[in-house]
Write a protein that binds this ligand. Structure first.
Ligand SMILES: [Zn+2]
Length: 503
């Protein structure tokens, strides 16, 4: 069935709107989404400068209704964009997508969300929009478009021939997610691409979009729509603890340099290597991953060295990162979202990122009291992409990974409340233990134990779960989140579920 559909779309790419309905009939996850054509006049790709042009990220604006213009183009080299939508309440008039939850790559009718990231790099006097392989460093980046000049204003990205933007269809319904689309499939494009290896910019942040979602409790929740990253080829698990490794270090140890390295790699820490005080940015089994991080550091004017070593990564001196030595269990707790990314926003402006951190901290506290090492992927209000969360858990040799989120559906649906616990494969037992314990201890509504391909579940080598601790848009759940003792009760129950599973 899959191959029939694939060849069908190789010949009839314009029929891709059919894919939404056809896709559900196949067993392949990648085909559950379809695409809908957009008027090219009503959607624009923009390079948005970060930190005064040290980095750029992709911003996509959409004119949804014609009440007021959402942006204005100023001719020049490059063409710059005046974001008019910032001057008014653009709800229902303009769409704004600023991260990987709002846009992704779709080639030849196939979603490549988990496999490629959309990034903007500065190269040869222009800003280039690239699809960069997220994990498989043997794959080539694809060039999608360029600005034809560099500016610290918003720059228009002109798409290359064959590229356009389309809208994601889910079960045939349009949703708030834009595709950078080409009708040729990945292999054909790679074969014809002449793109040189780019230097990589920092990956885009995660940010959910709440608008344009049809509210219905019968459908998967908003978070599962937004965070599920279809990928038919999950990578192999992290290799065994032997063989070569590549340690990436910045030869400095001052707090301000540590801070700058942290901004790029939140898992960085001070270490001593060959008698020298350094900041260790990462340690990898695969050299290309160290090179990729080195390039990101050098874009921020941080010079670093790759030091090759061999043996077990876990046995190397590492004063900060807890290890599962002596049979002690290490649990990585992952508070979702943070920094500029608030996550879901609910009743009275309740922010998911705040709830996630409070619950995660409390879980950490309870686990530590019970003699289990618990580490957080973030301990403050900072933005971290999904991949560093996973690699942090890898480096810490965590035994379990528990991602903490809160759910949202629509402010018009305060009746939708309850607990959802997600796993991908090996996390099933842990998910079951947490889910049952939370239901027993809190009396929350049961929205089920669910299997899903969330990025952090797919790419973590240890049993991993994602707990949606309630709906910030739900009357009952939002009240629970606002009450510190009720919120602690959720955290305590999650910790108890983890402990029950360990024992
Ligand atoms: Zn979330």
């Amino acid at each position: 069935m899959t191959s029939v559909i694939r060849s069908l779309f190789a010949f009839a790419a314009t029929a891709t709107a059919l894919l939404g309905s056809l896709g559900m009939a196949t067993s392949t996850q990648a085909y559950q989404f379809g695409q809908q054509e957009l008027n090219p006049e009503q959607v624009i790709a923009i390079a948005e400068p970060i930190r005064n042009g040290q980095l750029y990220k992709l911003l996509i604006l959409e004119q949804i209704s014609n009440v007021r213009p959402c942006w204005q183009e100023r001719p020049g080299i490059p063409t710059t964009i005046d974001p008019l939508l910032l001057n008014f309440d653009f709800t229902g008039i303009c769409g704004r997508r600023s991260d990987s939850n709002g846009y992704s790559l779709r080639l030849g009718g196939e979603d490549l969300d988990g496999r490629y990231r959309l990034q903007i790099v500065q190269r040869g006097g222009t800003l280039v929009l690239l699809a960069v392989p997220a994990r498989d460093r043997n794959s080539s980046p694809l060039e999608i478009g360029r600005s034809n000049g560099v500016t610290t204003d918003l720059a228009k990205i002109e798409l290359n021939a064959g590229w356009r933007m389309t809208r994601r269809l889910y079960n045939g319904q349009p949703v708030g997610h834009i595709y950078l689309t080409h009708d040729q499939d990945l292999n054909t494009l790679i074969a014809t691409a002449s793109t040189a290896t780019p230097s990589l910019s920092a990956p885009p942040p995660v940010h959910p979009l709440v608008e344009n979602q049809p509210p219905s409790p019968a459908q998967p929740s908003l978070e599962s729509l937004l965070q599920g990253r279809p990928n038919r080829n999950p990578p192999p698990l992290f290799s065994a603890n032997s063989g070569l490794y590549y340690r990436l270090v910045v030869p400095a140890n001052s707090p301000d340099i540590l801070e700058r390295v942290h901004a790029i790699e939140p898992g960085a820490f001070r270490n001593t290597v060959n008698g020298q005080a350094v900041i260790q940015a990462g340690i990898f089994r695969q050299r290309p991953r160290a090179v990729e991080l080195q390039q990101r550091l050098s874009q921020a004017n941080l010079s670093s060295q790759i030091i090759q070593g061999s043996g077990s990564i876990a046995s190397n001196p590492n004063p900060v990162m807890p290890r599962n030595h002596h049979g002690q269990t290490v649990v990585m707790i992952d508070p979702g979202h943070g920094g500029r990314d608030p996550g879901a926003v609910g009743i009275g402006g309740l922010q998911e990122k705040v709830i996630n951190l409070a619950i995660s901290r409390r879980i950490q506290q309870v686990l530590q009291q019970r003699g289990v090492t618990a580490i957080l992927t973030r301990t403050d209000d900072r933005e971290i992409d999904l991949d560093p969360r996973v690699s942090h858990a890898e480096r810490a040799n965590a035994d379990l990974f528990v991602s903490i989120h809160s759910n949202a559906i629509s402010l018009s649906r305060p009746d939708v409340n309850g607990l959802e616990t997600y796993y991908y494969d090996t996390g099933y037992g842990l998910a079951q233990s947490i889910h049952n314990t939370v239901l027993q201890r809190t009396g929350m509504l049961d929205r089920g134990l669910r299997q899903s391909r969330f990025y952090v579940l797919l790419y973590t080598p240890m049993p991993a779960v994602l707990v949606e601790t309630g709906f910030v848009t739900g009357q009952e759940d939002a009240a629970r989140f606002r009450n510190p003792s009720a919120r602690d009760q959720i955290a305590d129950a999650i910790a108890e579920g983890i402990l029950n599973y360990i024992q």
